[in-house]
Write a protein that binds this ligand. Sequence first.
Ligand code: GLC
Length: 427
Amino acid sequence: MDSTIRNKAIRVMKANDRGGFTVPTANLYPYQWNWDSAFAAFGFATFDRDRAWRELEVLFEGQWANGMLPSIIFRQNDPDYFPGPTVWQTGTEPPTTGHSQPPVAASVAWRLVETGGEADLARAQSLFSGLYAYHRWFHDVRDPDGTGLAAITHPWESGRDNCPDWDGGLNGVRVPDDLEPYERRDLTHVDSSQRPTKAQYDRYLSIVKFGRDCGWNHEVIYHDGPFLVGDPGVQFILIRASKDLRALANRLGRATEENALSAWIERAEDGSQYLWNESVGGFCARDLRTGHFSDAVTSASMLAFYADVGTSAQFDRLVANGKRILDRVEFGFPSWDPDHDRFEPQRYWRGPVWSVMNYMIAEGLAEQGETEMAARLRSDTQRLTDETGFFEYFNPLTGEGYGGGTFTWTAAIRLLLSTDVSTSRAA
Ligand code: GLC
């Protein structure tokens, strides 16, 4: 890797380091985010293993007693961010949001162990029960009927906040008359054409209000909440992470947990079929209350390879869709199908490319022998950052960068793409 780019990426990560945890980027996102931190740890793993473990350990300080790892940990109140701790009112210490995000952490821990030594194993051993409790929460609380599909209860839990995947589910969300007036802070940092709309924001906050009003009782939220959707992103990331956690359980000699994880994985592989949309030829988001399907291939659909879930006929259709979509764009992989009329190349998760998704998709494709497409995505990701900068997300047609310009996970993925994690060793 060009040492200038490498040094720049390391500088971005260090500038966002708040001592034990990194913020996704200064100003726009001033707290610790769940899957951002997991990817930050991945990035740190390429040059500082101790710091990589520390990122995960500090993240787990925000874990709830029921096992949930929240999407954001509010370590200090920053009036520049909305909705902050006074809106969520979870009553936890440290204050957090009341829901989760894609569970990438176990995959990072396993990679560190797989490529590391005794010191890594010891750190993993201490983290194991937290990781396991987190997975158990997803499998039990988000799938209380044992269908094998872990639901999300808010679009923000998907990490793909305003993707059209949630348009159907959000339409069903009633905005209550007593929704408190609010002032968005994101629009003071980023142009509104690159962010979610006001109508969407009202609904996001209505779902938060429901959770707050029921005291963040996740049983009530699952059964009676305004939004319950199956997300191929969370589902596939959870399955992959559960497989990685099972490998870790095996290495640590935790047979009981290893067996429980095997049972969950088997159930989840079957349950994923509920998301297969035959007319699209891909795994799509699906409303769990109405059965209504989202109708386009997304970057999350492409994570089936990463989870190793699907029949060979399904993989063939996904590969064909992937090729068609990549032929339409200069830079893959767009977060929404460019042939669909809801495609917006600059609006957040309604079209733009995100490095973290590319990284996981490429890993999965390479593992399944789709090496050409994997190589294309890796090279697109590198070109985007090398030519444009460490932006939050990118226009798939032009490569223009948007959102925060010194983004932790974009820098982390850039490092990962050209540095072998196994070359760094724990202290
Ligand atoms: C946005 C993204 C989400 C990310 C967060 C912090 O909300 O949609 O995936 O975790 O920003 O970077």
